[in-house]
Design a protein around this ligand. Structure first.
Ligand code: HEC
Length: 97
């Protein structure tokens, strides 16, 4: 993704506690299970099984999933748009299952 920094995204993912609900590569602890593993997410066709996996969609989803899927268990997270892009860039670096 252009203008996004995956290394910064990993830091944001750690700081915001995404791993409380997700297994995420390069985060040894915690390894939450409620949200499923994000390993390989960059190579999957869908987000949450229901949304096309595209950069803009991922950026919105990690920031405010309930606005896209009102019944989702994925909470809105306090990220700016630019931070959400960095987070998405990190997730897209996880493209192997
Ligand atoms: C309170 C628990 C919780 C937290 C915290 C959380 N998530 Fe989630 N997340 C979920 C759940 C539950 C789902 C499944 C949503 C669905 O299927 O509708 C999900 C789904 C996702 C998905 C789609 C996964 C897939 O297999 O398609 C991504 C990507 C994601 N979360 C990223 C993040 C990121 C990045 C953060 C931190 C900024 C985060 N999540 C924080 C619970 C959480």
């Amino acid at each position: 993704m252009s203008q996004a920094d995956p290394a910064q995204g990993l830091k944001l993912i750690e700081r915001h506690g995404c791993a409380a609900c997700h297994v995420i590569p390069n985060i040894p602890w915690p390894q939450g299970r409620t949200g499923g593993s994000l390993d390989g997410i960059g190579g999957r066709p869908m987000i949450a099984g229901r949304l096309p996996n595209q950069p803009d969609m991922m950026t919105r989803f990690v920031r405010d999933a309930p606005s896209l899927l009102p019944d989702t268990g994925m909470p809105a997270m306090p990220l700016t748009e630019a931070e959400a892009r960095d987070v998405a860039a990190y997730l897209y670096s996880l493209d192997e299952d």
